[in-house]
Design a protein around this ligand. Structure first.
Ligand SMILES: Nc1ncnc2c1ncn2[C@@H]1O[C@H](COP(=O)(O)OP(=O)(O)OP(=O)(O)O)[C@@H](O)[C@H]1O
Ligand SMILES: [Mg+2]
Length: 492
């Protein structure tokens, strides 16, 4: 009766008040128990150097203390995972609850599910508060949308108005201006209501159909001079001290450049300059480094040349390992260290989307494997990860995960699709770098200018990297998948 079953860790402030605590349920701890307790204590001591830590064995946890099973701090093979315990203890000491990760394959990572990136968020906020405008630069699926949301959250936390708008499906200055105004009003920048055409804008809780018809009406009203309205909106947003975050900005430019290029240039000048003699809001646009080439080729430097590049790199190996490990724990499958390494090795350059996708598949593969077995589930092994990678990611089952990439080339002009296929096919089967000249020779139907545009697109859409005059597919997963399965690379 009343055997001590919980190992309780409490932090006290100088006055002896408890500032944070965690109770570890020792039920199902591997024996000998004393050994486990000693190792927990050791890990805890490392995390608590500057705090007053008290530990004790208790029969029941204190009310309100987060309780974690001891298996949360063991690897799948029973070895102690001291690093994870230290991460949780650091969070608890800072007044947070240990975070349980959820798979977010394909949807932006938010809150604590966003691993790393604190440095980029801090840099972005510091640059913005210094009056700079930014180009958040990364190829597809590196986490741009996730990061824009994190930046927006941080700016709002600092009481700064933020307007976050996805502009992929917009291709005219008029629609950009109207959507920006509509989003700003939805995001609470009510001072815009003094602008012509916005006085009678539906309130925040209006039915979507009311907002839609207001948008259509406004679009019609500003049709003769859309850039003049954009100047008003930009000026109003600058006056309100708002930061404007535009997601998928390269997509907007690709679309808008296919239309009236002069209108685009005038409109962008107003977005940045606001009303005559004034200024526009601080801006963050997201897009790959291909965006810079677009800006240079199409002579958009006057409006966009000052954007400070802020590169979003793949995760660091440590961040990638934490993400993979936490995703397994979050889904109640403590991994082995070898299982985590197998995911990292299979994915290669740690692009968050592929890490999420492979953990997702490894969990599904593992669930299929353990159905016939009884007793505690065996850990996810490298063999399981390997099967998941080949069968579920590279093979037909992976189609869904590559859809965001595959659909991109469908938007390319017909004349460029065969060239895109030729370039990607060659990069996919290459064992190393491929010279631009070789790739150029594989596209006899494209002009030099078309070839350059194509490379900018491929950089944006398929993460084609460059080292001097040589190119490569950065993602091992894309390379292997494209080499094995992408029929469109040869069929068109
Ligand atoms: N730092 C991170 N930690 C955990 N997961 C992440 C991180 N960054 C991105 N992801 C995951 O990677 C995937 C892509 O993220 P996101 O949609 O933000 O990228 P993106 O660059 O905007 O993609 P796209 O180019 O398709 O618009 C999502 O599944 C997201 O949950
Ligand atoms: Mg995105």
């Amino acid at each position: 009766m009343n055997e001590p079953r919980f190992y309780e860790l409490r932090w006290l402030d100088a006055a002896g008040a408890v500032t944070g605590s965690l109770a570890i349920d020792l039920l199902n701890a591997p024996s000998p128990l004393a050994d486990v307790v000693e190792r927990i204590a050791g890990a805890a001591a490392c995390a608590a150097t500057d705090r007053r830590l008290r530990t004790r064995l208790v029969p029941a946890p204190a009310a309100g203390a987060p309780v974690r099973p001891v298996t949360d701090y063991l690897w799948g093979d029973g070895a102690m995972n001291g690093e994870r315990l230290r991460r949780h203890l650091t969070a608890v000491a800072a007044g947070q609850r240990p975070h349980r990760f959820t798979l977010r394959t394909g949807v932006p990572a938010e809150g604590c599910d966003l691993v790393g990136r604190q440095g980029v968020v801090a840099d972005a906020c510091a640059l913005l508060s210094g009056g700079k405008s930014l180009h958040l630069m990364a190829p597809r699926r590196y986490g741009k949308t996730s990061l824009l949301r994190a930046i927006a959250e941080e700016l709002r936390r600092r009481q700064r108005p933020v307007v976050l708008l996805e502009v992929e499906s917009l291709d005219r200055i008029g629609t950009l201006a109207v959507q920006l105004a509509a989003q700003a009003l939805r995001d609470g920048v009510d001072s815009l209501r003094v602008l012509p055409g916005l006085g009678a804008w539906p309130p925040a809780d209006a039915a979507p159909s009311a907002v839609m018809s207001a948008r259509d009406g406004l679009l019609e009203q500003i049709r003769p001079r859309p850039e003049a309205f954009l100047a008003e909106v930009a000026g109003g947003l600058a006056d309100a001290g708002a930061a404007v975050l535009l997601d998928e900005f390269s997509r907007f430019l690709f679309g808008a450049l296919a239309g009236d290029e002069r209108e685009l240039r005038r409109g962008l000048a107003r977005l940045r300059g606001g009303r005559e003699g004034g200024r526009g809001p601080d801006l963050v646009v997201a897009g790959s480094s291909g965006l810079r080439k677009l800006i240079a080729w199409h002579d958009l430097e006057a409006a966009l040349g000052d954007l400070e590049p802020l590169a979003l790199e793949p995760l660091s190996p440590q961040e990638a390992a934490v993400l993979v490990e936490e995703l397994f724990y979050g889904h109640d499958r403590p991994p082995t260290q070898q299982g985590v390494h197998a995911v990292l090795d299979a994915v290669g350059v740690p692009i968050p989307y592929f890490l999420q996708a492979l953990v997702h598949h490894a969990l599904a593969e593992h669930a299929r494997e353990i159905i016939p077995s009884v007793g505690p589930a065996p850990p996810v092994t490298p063999a399981t990860v390997d099967r998941a990678y080949r069968r579920r990611l590279l093979d037909a089952e992976g189609n869904e995960f590559f859809r965001p990439f595959r659909l991109r080339e469908r938007g390319y002009p017909d004349a460029l699709r065969p060239a895109a296929a030729a370039v990607l096919a060659r990069l996919a089967v290459a064992t190393g770098l491929v010279s631009r000249d070789r790739l150029r020779a594989a596209c006899p139907g494209a002009s030099d200018a078309q070839f350059e545009t194509l490379l900018a697109w491929l950089h944006e859409d398929y993460d084609v990297g460059a080292e001097g005059a040589e190119l490569f597919l950065r993602s091992k997963v894309l390379r292997e998948r494209w080499a094995l399965r992408e029929a469109w690379l040869t069929e068109i």
